[in-house]
Ligand binder design. Structure first.
Ligand SMILES: Nc1ncnc2c1ncn2[C@@H]1O[C@H](COP(=O)(O)OP(=O)(O)OP(=O)(O)O)[C@@H](O)[C@H]1O
Length: 329
């Protein structure tokens, strides 16, 4: 079943500029210059129930605006939008019961109370039956290993502990759709991994549709088979991020360590030189030529060590932000 269906969705904001100074303030009483910002420009996509999809893009690309339209906070300017069979902007009670939002940078728990109290409050807001509440709470508490801190004031919890509580509070009513906005931001590597493992397991067990934004590529690589990339309000990539390298990038990186000095000019014919000091060199060589070039380098120069790497996925994604056309992966 399709969870989210979006056709030519668009959102523009009209806002007013105001110059500084008394004279301008008086002028503004009679005349205000209005500007229009097209934050989301005719994007179309569908997400099936149970999918875990990443939503990426540079700052100001239109991610939050899109997520706000999907959750009913903003009304679209144009286009069609169906989420779990509802028009989100109608804000029906039944729709609100079926999704949850977790934001890494903004807590939804009462800071002065233990998380258990906020979670209980959500039970009443979402009218979760006692039996289901106990069952879900036990499952989540066990999976996230937080039994010992359920009654600690939220403001006393570490960032990682708080994020686990945010997840429990968001999932206590078993939403069918979960929006995760930077869920691992600021967490140490071990806790990031723990949160990722939990999300993966939870998605597999409950088939909850999850949309995730994150600046950590590891989150996306580990969790999402599908990534939507938005740039300047347009959808520029829809596919598996692992495939983005095949589609967009035709080079690899080769690191060389020499036993003796090798002049930079002798390496230029192999490809683009990223760095060279005579004893170490880093080159970008086309994927087609990489095996021949490495054989040749080993045979012709006093090579002590050689490693071949893919271009980091962050760099490939960055190159996509600088292009205009859409790419499929
Ligand atoms: N209420 C508003 N009025 C005017 N412009 C807005 C409004 N909300 C967002 N914008 C503009 O729309 C564009 C998209 O903003 P949005 O917050 O969706 O980006 P984003 O991809 O979530 O960025 P970030 O990663 O920085 O959070 C930005 O240029 C932003 O300044």
């Amino acid at each position: 079943m399709t969870a989210i269906h979006v056709v030519r969705l668009a959102k523009s904001f009209t806002y007013y500029t105001k110059e500084v100074g008394m004279l301008h303030s008086i002028k503004n009483l009679f005349y205000r210059k209005s500007l229009t910002k097209e934050a989301v420009k005719n994007i179309s996509f569908s997400i099936e129930e149970g999918e875990m999809v990443a939503f990426l893009g540079p700052n100001g690309a239109g991610k939050t605006t899109t997520l706000k339209m999907l959750s009913g906070i903003l009304h679209p300017t144009d286009g069609e939008l169906t989420v779990l069979g509802f028009k989100p902007y109608e804000r029906k009670k039944e729709f609100k019961k079926q999704f949850a939002i977790v934001m890494g940078q903004k807590s939804q728990l009462w800071a002065d109370l233990p998380a258990a109290e906020s979670i209980l409050l959500n039970k009443y807001i979402y009218q979760v039956e006692d039996r289901h509440y106990k069952q879900t709470l036990n499952e989540l508490v066990e999976l996230l290993d937080v039994k010992h801190i359920m009654n600690v004031q939220v403001r006393r919890l570490s960032l990682g502990e708080r994020m686990k509580m945010e997840l429990i509070a968001a999932l206590i009513h078993k939403p069918r759709l979960l929006f995760l906005d930077e869920p691992t931001i600021g967490l140490d590597i071990v806790t990031q991994k723990r949160v990722r493992e939990f999300l993966k397991y939870y998605n597999e067990q409950h088939r909850t549709t999850i949309i995730l934004t994150s600046h950590y590529m590891k989150d996306i690589e580990d969790l999402c088979k599908r990534t939507l990339i938005i740039n300047d309000g347009r959808l520029v990539f829809d596919g598996d991020l692992k495939r983005i390298d095949d589609v967009l990038n035709d080079t690899k990186i080769i690191h060389l360590k020499f036993k003796q000095y090798v002049a930079i000019s002798r390496l230029q014919s192999y490809g683009k030189i990223r760095h060279s000091d005579g004893f170490q060199a880093t080159l970008e060589i086309s994927k087609e030529r990489i095996s021949m070039a490495s054989r040749d380098l080993l045979a012709s120069y006093p090579v002590e060590d050689i490693t071949i790497e893919d271009i980091p996925i962050e760099d490939v994604v960055l190159s996509l932000y600088q292009r205009d056309e859409r790419v499929s992966g």
